[in-house]
Structures are given as structure tokens and as C-alpha cells.
Design a protein around this ligand. Structure first.
Ligand code: HSE
Length: 453
């Protein structure tokens, strides 16, 4: 916290006492909040040694006070009024782990207005309202830290903002939603159906309060928005992201991808092009031999391609109670170290100082340039060449054509892998293909990502 000159006239021993303990107020004591309480208590001495001072949870706001008391005991003040935590004079830093973008925004802005630092794992809040929140924080000279918002256990924000600060970053791509990766893994490995796999993910505490955020790709897009801003020094452009989840994905395509030597993953990709940035979340084929294809269950992984460091990859749990607490507490340690330091020396919220933000535009879907997988239902197996010829006529580079292995109840299916082509060109070609007499049903297309340096 930036301390004003009047305050700094206090006697030295008072000031030393004031920095001895970082007093934390927490809003929410659900999966993440209770994990944060447990880890703070368990690793108290190690955390204090790293922070240079002790970090103490002094106040918690919870909807169910009885349940909260069962978690934190009687050593922590409890209130049902989150705004009290956000504004209380005994709180130095507010941890917001309640979620949502409504009241959470008011609490965070109130905490900032009261000169408090904020730590949050709320990716939706920052992806949607981050610009205003960070501007308010800059004005007050306080930190808003959010390592827990992206790929929880992986310190990817720190990696982008600090570890890779020397680099020009070309792209960031990752499996950044644990719930959908868990569902895809269960469907593939155990033959579970979608609903059963989602129910398991919810029972394990991976899913958002509204699981449609997970399965529709929205949660991943929130995280990708934060990654792209930190990678490219650009504003938060969540509203411009192309977002597709896994609800329309068919088991048939999972099997056909395997046949061709690929695995389907829900991937977030932010790639810098000459004219702007691709910002997209969608199920894609990745080569089955690629490290990204080996990321299973609720695990996350992020790859970063940068000019000096080259290709780097980060792997870890993407959801979970103590896994998120790990990031929240790391942020508290940063706050403990930097509290009292002039704001100009803080790490900028989005990696670059506000005046140096690069107003990069997000490219429209039609301009995205990747390879593609197509599954084309046909009437007869000998129509395979007609499919390839139709695509080639429309300037789509055809790399591989094959017939899908027969499946009960399915007619013949032609599988195509293309070379890199603009989405706009592919869309026109698919439109033309769809009109041909040989084609017996809807053509399915998915992007293919090689994730190479
Ligand atoms: N619902 C999120 C996920 C939780 O499944 O990844 C962690 O952000």
C-alpha cells in the first residue's frame, strides 16, 4: 500500500509494528477460501520466512456463518457483510474468492477505494471489468493480484510478466479449463458419457458455479483474455474472443481424430499476426504424440512461444482447493513484500505500464489461419476423391484423405486433413462441398494445431 507522507511521520517503531503482520480479509470461504485458510495455517512459518512478515487471516465474510465458523474456528472475525471486510480499517489486503461479476466488482472497487490491495482468483471479473479495476488500483497505488485466476497451480502470470519479460511473445496456447479436460479424458479413456463426466467434475469441485461457463468455453476465454493481455501488452478484449465449447463435440470425431493420430483438446490460443491477434477457444486436434495431448484429467498446460526463450511449457493442476490456494497465497506473499513500496515499482497489472499498452485488435474469425480436420458423410466409399477434388477446386490445400473406420449405424465418412488455410476460404469451400450430391449429411470441421516452434 502506498503510504502518504503524513502517515510516514509516525514514530519508526509504530511503522515497524504496522508492517509486522499483513492482515488479510477474505470474502468467500468455499472451495478456494477454505483451501487458502488451511494452507496459510499449515505453512505459516515457511510463508512468513518468504514474505518477511507473517500473513494473518483476520476477517472472513461468508453467507453461512455457521459453516464458516466450522472451517476457521474462533480465531477469525466472521461477518455476513462482505462490504465490511472490503472497507475495514484492520484489513490490509482483501482476498476475493466469492466469484461472480456483480457484487464482487463492488467489493473489489470498495477495497481499492479504501487503499487496500486485492488478491482475487476471479477470472470472469477481471476479463470483463479488469480495465476499470486496474485503472482504479493505479490511481490508489495498490496491487490487484490474480495468479489464481489462470491455470490455478501454474504460476503462468508470473512467468509471462516477469520470467519472460525480455521476450517478444508470438503465441500462447493452453488447456486452461480443468473441467472440460477432465470430461474429455473421462469420455475418451473410460467411455463415460458427457453428463456423467460433468457430474464427477462438479463433485470434485472443479466446475464453476454455473458449469456452462466451463463447457461452453467461457471460463477458458476469461483466462485466455488475461494471458493475451500479459503476453502482448494489449488491453483485455474478452468481448472480441471467439469462443466455442465442447457441447457440440461428437464422440465420432474423438474416434476419427484418434484414427488419424490426433487427440481433441479444448485449447485457448492467442497468436500475434501482422494485422492483430487471434484470440480463440475451441476444441482442436493436436498430434497424439505432442506433450499437450498427454495433459489429462483436470490438469492444465500452457505453452508460450517467444523469440529469445523459444518454446516453453508449464504444467499443473488447473482446478482444486489447495491448488488455487497456492496461487492466492503466492500473491499475498508478493503483496507482503511490496506493501509500502512506491506504486511505480510494482509489477504492472497486465505486464506493461499503462502508457505503453499496445492497442492490438482481435482478428475476425475469417482471418484465422490454421490447418483443419473435416469429416464428410458420403453415400459411397468411392466418393472419397470427389470430396478431395471439391476442396482443392476451392483452394483448400488437402494434405490427407482417408475413410473413417466403420462404426455401427454410421454411413461412410471421408476424413480430410488440410494444410494451413484462412477460415474464410475454408468456410466457402465447406459451403460448396455441402451442396454436392455425393455429400450425405452435415460436414464437421475442427481446427488442427501443430503447436510447433
Ligand atoms: N472451473 C475452472 C476449471 C476452475 O475447471 O478450470 C479453475 O479456474
Amino acid at each position: 500500500m502506498y503510504r502518504d507522507p503524513v502517515e510516514s511521520l509516525e514514530p519508526l517503531h509504530h511503522r515497524q509494528a504496522a508492517i509486522r503482520t499483513l492482515r488479510v480479509g477474505m470474502i468467500g470461504i468455499g472451495t478456494v477460501g477454505s483451501g487458502t485458510f488451511r494452507v496459510l495455517a499449515r505453512n505459516r512459518a515457511d510463508i512468513a520466512a518468504r514474505a518477511g512478515r507473517s500473513i494473518e487471516l483476520v476477517m472472513v465474510a461468508a453467507r453461512n456463518l455457521e459453516r464458516a465458523a466450522g472451517i476457521v474456528g474462533d480465531s477469525v472475525a466472521l461477518t455476513a457483510d462482505a462490504m465490511q471486510v472490503a472497507t475495514h480499517p484492520d484489513v490490509d489486503v482483501v482476498v476475493e474468492v466469492a466469484g461472480g461479476t456483480g457484487p464482487a466488482r463492488d467489493w473489489v472497487l470498495a477495497a481499492i477505494a479504501h487503499g487496500k490491495h486485492v488478491v482475487t482468483a476471479n477470472k470472469a471479473l477481471l476479463a470483463v471489468h479488469g480495465a476499470g479495476i486496474f485503472a482504479a488500483a493505479r490511481e490508489k497505488g495498490v496491487i490487484v493480484a490474480y495468479e489464481g485466476a489462470v491455470a490455478v497451480s501454474i504460476p503462468i502470470i508470473k512467468a509471462l510478466r516477469e520470467g519472460l519479460a525480455a521476450n517478444r511473445i508470438e503465441w500462447v496456447a493452453g488447456i486452461i479449463n480443468g473441467t472440460t479436460n477432465f470430461i474429455l479424458s473421462k469420455m475418451r479413456d473410460e467411455g463415460l458419457d458427457f453428463a456423467a463426466a460433468l457430474a464427477q467434475a462438479q463433485a470434485l469441485g472443479y466446475a464453476e458455479a454455473d458449469p456452462s461457463f466451463d463447457i461452453e468455453g467461457i471460463d477458458a476465454a476469461h483466462k485466455l483474455t488475461l494471458l493475451a493481455a500479459n503476453a502482448f501488452g494489449m488491453p483485455l478484449r474478452f468481448a472480441d474472443a471467439q469462443v466455442e465449447g465442447i457441447t457440440a463435440l461428437q464422440g465420432m470425431d474423438v474416434a476419427c481424430a484418434e484414427q488419424l493420430g490426433y487427440r481433441i483438446k479444448l485449447l485457448g490460443v492467442a497468436r500475434r499476426q501482422a494485422a492483430g491477434v487471434e484470440l480463440r477457444v475451441q476444441p482442436v486436434l493436436v498430434p497424439a504424440t505432442h506433450l499437450m495431448a498427454q495433459v489429462n484429467g483436470s490438469m492444465n498446460a500452457v505453452m508460450v512461444k517467444s523469440d529469445a526463450a523459444g518454446l516453453t511449457m508449464y504444467y499443473g493442476a488447473g482446478a482444486g482447493s489447495e491448488q488455487t490456494a497456492s496461487a492466492v497465497i503466492a500473491d499475498l506473499v508478493d503483496v507482503a513484500r511490496l506493501d509500502g513500496v512506491h506504486a511505480a515499482q510494482h509489477v504492472p497489472h497486465l505486464g506493461v505500464h499503462a502508457h505503453a499498452t499496445n492497442a492490438l485488435a482481435v482478428l475476425p474469425r475469417a482471418a484465422v489461419h490454421t490447418s483443419h480436420y473435416l469429416r464428410v458423410p458420403v453415400h459411397a466409399v468411392n466418393q472419397i476423391q470427389a470430396v478431395a477434388a471439391s476442396l482443392a477446386e476451392q483452394k483448400v490445400p488437402v494434405r490427407q484423405v482417408a475413410l473413417a473406420a466403420e462404426r455401427p449405424g454410421m454411413g461412410p465418412q471421408v476424413l480430410v486433413l488440410t494444410g494451413p488455410v484462412e477460415q474464410g476460404t475454408l468456410d466457402l469451400a465447406v459451403h460448396a462441398l455441402q451442396a454436392r450430391a455425393e455429400v450425405a449429411g452435415a460436414v464437421t470441421t475442427l481446427r488442427v494445431e501443430s503447436l510447433e516452434g
